[in-house]
Design a protein around this ligand. Structure first.
Ligand SMILES: O=P(O)(O)OC[C@H]1O[C@H](OP(=O)(O)OP(=O)(O)O)[C@H](O)[C@@H]1O
Ligand SMILES: [Mg+2]
Length: 161
């Protein structure tokens, strides 16, 4: 779990799909968009769903990796990036948390519309549009990071011989 997060919000594939379709609906008419820039990796699945819904065939990526520097500060490194200033493009990420990634994206693509599925308070003003609010102290568990597991019932039945 991420530091500074005391709670967890578990997102199923169905819920992610529903929320991302809602995000797509809000981007109509699709004719205003040239394509999508997916913020890899978290933005890849939402971008695929958006591209299908909006019938956009141009899907590019910006590949950013973050690592913790000096035990505290998150540093970002851009491994590869779609060219241009983002004009006519939707830049898509799964979520905004502290807003570090969003700040970098805005610098790189000042003319793009930056959208995410989930947003926490610290970063939400940096996003042009998002679907669901999540509290700052809550870690979002995304479906590709989870698996189905057996869960014990709340009450165990006594064994009958
Ligand atoms: O608002 P922030 O605090 O910057 O956090 C949000 C970013 O963090 C996650 O990506 P991460 O850098 O963990 O890499 P990933 O997409 O490859 O999982 C998420 O996908 C966002 O891109
Ligand atoms: Mg990411």
């Amino acid at each position: 779990m991420g530091f500074a997060s005391s709670k967890q919000f578990f997102v199923s594939w169905e819920e992610l799909h529903r929320a991302t379709r809602e995000l797509a609906r809000r981007q109509l008419p699709a004719s205003q968009w040239k394509g999508i820039i997916a913020v890899s990796r978290g933005g890849l699945v939402p971008s695929s769903i958006l591209a299908r819904e909006l019938n956009l065939r141009l899907v590019q990526t910006v590949c950013i990796t973050s690592y913790v520097h000096n035990e505290q500060q998150k540093q970002l490194k851009v491994l590869s990036a779609a060219e241009g200033d983002g004009e006519g493009m939707l830049v898509v990420d799964d979520l905004v948390d502290t807003g570090n990634t969003a700040k970098k994206i805005r610098e790189m693509y000042p003319k793009a519309k930056f959208i995410t599925v989930y947003a926490k308070p610290q970063g939400r003003d940096l996003v042009d549009e998002y679907v669901a609010d999540v509290a700052q102290d809550t870690w979002i568990e995304l479906p590709w990071d989870m698996q189905l597991n057996y869960s014990d019932p709340l009450c165990k039945s006594d064994k009958i011989d």
